[in-house]
Design a protein around this ligand. Structure first.
Ligand code: F6P
Length: 474
């Protein structure tokens, strides 16, 4: 029995140290670490005439299987429906969605291509785990090809309430297709409950143990907050903090306090709101000027999409204004870096930072918050300022929780964080670190996969599958 992980992008080993942005890659790698498995998805390459069958690469008991996309696939499926429709809607930004029928057809067509390619190599006893919003209809396509394997889906990003989900044209066809999975997992109870409300409105009948019946199929739903490799990350940060790279950053700060923001350049991350709050802090507390630096690390993302180009311009303009207004010849208030750093380098920077400002407007989980905490020296920890709208806030109640829309409150939290006595910093950090050690990424993968296993054990499900696929279902 193998675990087949499917995600839009695959972190091919030849990408070397170039990490994929986002927590998905880290989580998927951890899920495959102690299991025999295959990670299947898009290579990240565009080809004139992509081959239907995947290319395979073997490394350390993991088989990577990838296909290329054509340019029109990339435009319609990835840039179009996935990132200009589903991404904004699921992040509560209905106003930004740019729907077209062509993009929806492209989305379904690429999901069919994924299913065709998987159909070439999956075996009957494989367990299939599909990740993220790019691939919602995949189980339906696999079922249509007669595949009766256990298939689970995990949504790494938020799931808003039904009123918002229903703004997606033809939502029944896309979101409704999730009912073809045996298990659908979410980051938080809130996301799960929103989806349960949506299913109920679509006429699904509740079954036992958080399951729903739709058209003779039973789907279980659950919340499985994604974790990090806490113990390993803490070790990594300890060593990285001694590296020349991190020492040079510390020297360049010349004794200033370091406030850190790390986000993909994305409108959901609240980078503009954060910068405004930092400016407000400097305006209200002149005694802190020339004593604190905000380092905003922001790898560019999805740059061909209009909304992303717009946010890039706004952020650079705003940072320029604030640096011009408050900066001195000897002090730049905000350092803005558009590149990504290796996992090790980032861990070292996290450990050096006095405060992390993790203030997305909406986020599925936000693993920067968790990695920042894991990277701290428990004897002299820094302080996490965390948006109430990040999934992580449901677990990390000892952070300074803020509403990122309330500029004054974020500025006040920053002041409190910078001035917090050591004893309070320790008291807040210790229980959160303990929590992250217990609920780490291995625990996440284990609990999702055991729930998927349980979902398949229920007699009700077998009946449902029989009604769909005939007596061979088991
Ligand atoms: O976590 C959300 C997500 O879309 C992941 O699926 C992906 O790995 C990451 O963000 C980066 O996005 P992209 O692949 O579009 O650059």
């Amino acid at each position: 029995m193998r675990l087949i992980i499917v995600s839009n992008r695959v972190a091919l080993p030849e990408h070397g140290k170039k990490t994929l942005p986002g927590g998905l890659a880290v989580a998927v790698k951890a899920a495959l670490r102690n299991r025999t498995g295959v990670w299947f998805g898009w290579s990240g390459d565009i080809a004139d005439a992509p081959a239907p069958e995947p290319r395979f690469v073997e490394r350390n008991r993991v088989t990577y299987a990838v296909i290329d996309l054509s340019d029109v696939d990339y435009q319609e499926y990835y840039q179009g429906l996935a990132n200009r429709v589903l991404w904004p809607i699921l992040h509560y930004r209905v106003d930004l969605q740019a729907y077209s029928h062509a993009d929806q057809s492209g989305y379904v067509r690429v999901n069919r291509r994924f299913a065709d390619a998987l159909d070439l190599f999956i075996e009957d006893d494989d367990v299939i785990w599909v990740h993220d919003y790019h691939l919602m209809p995949l189980a339906r396509e696999l079922r249509a090809r007669g595949r009766t394997n256990p298939i689970g889906f995990y949504l790494h990003i938020p799931c808003p309430p039904p009123d918002i989900l229903q703004t997606l044209p033809h939502h029944e066809d896309i979101l409704g297709s999730l009912a073809h999975y045996d298990l659908v997992g979410f980051q938080t109870d809130n996301d799960r409950d929103n989806f349960a409300d949506y299913l109920a409105l679509q006429g699904a009948k509740p079954g036992r143990g958080r399951s729903f019946w739709i058209d003779g199929r039973q789907t279980r739903i659950g919340a499985f907050p994604v974790g990090i490799e806490t113990a390993a990350y803490a070790r990594l940060a300890r060593n990285a903090a001694r590296s020349r790279f991190v020492r040079e950053i510390a020297e360049s700060l010349a004794g200033h306090h370091l406030v850190l923001g790390v986000d993909r350049l994305d409108y959901s991350k609240g980078i503009l709101h954060r910068i405004d709050a930092f400016a407000r802090f400097l305006a209200l507390h002149p005694e802190w000027r020339s004593r604190v630096t905000l380092l905003q690390i922001t790898p560019k993302s999805r740059g061909d999409i209009k909304e992303y180009a717009a946010i890039e311009n706004e952020v650079t303009t705003q940072i320029g204004k604030i640096n011009g207004l408050y900066g001195e010849a000897s002090w730049t208030p905000i350092r803005y870096v558009n590149r990504s750093y290796s996992r090790t380098a980032l861990a070292g920077i996290y450990r050096t930072a006095d405060v992390a400002l993790v203030t997305p407007l909406r986020d599925g989980m936000n693993l920067v918050a968790k990695e920042y905490l894991a990277a701290q020296d428990g004897d002299r920890p820094g302080v996490l300022v965390l948006s109430q709208f990040a999934g992580a806030a449901a677990e990390l109640g000892d952070a300074l929780i803020v509403n990122p829309h309330e500029t004054e409150a974020v500025a006040a939290a920053l002041k409190r964080a910078l001035e917090m006595p050591l004893a309070e910093r320790r008291e807040r950090h210790a229980p959160m670190f303990e929590h992250l050690l217990t609920y780490d990424v291995d625990d996440w993968a284990e609990s999702f996969l055991s729930s998927l296993h349980d979902a398949r054990q229920r007699p009700g499900l077998v009946e449902g599958l029989r009604s769909m696929f005939g007596a061979s279902a088991s």
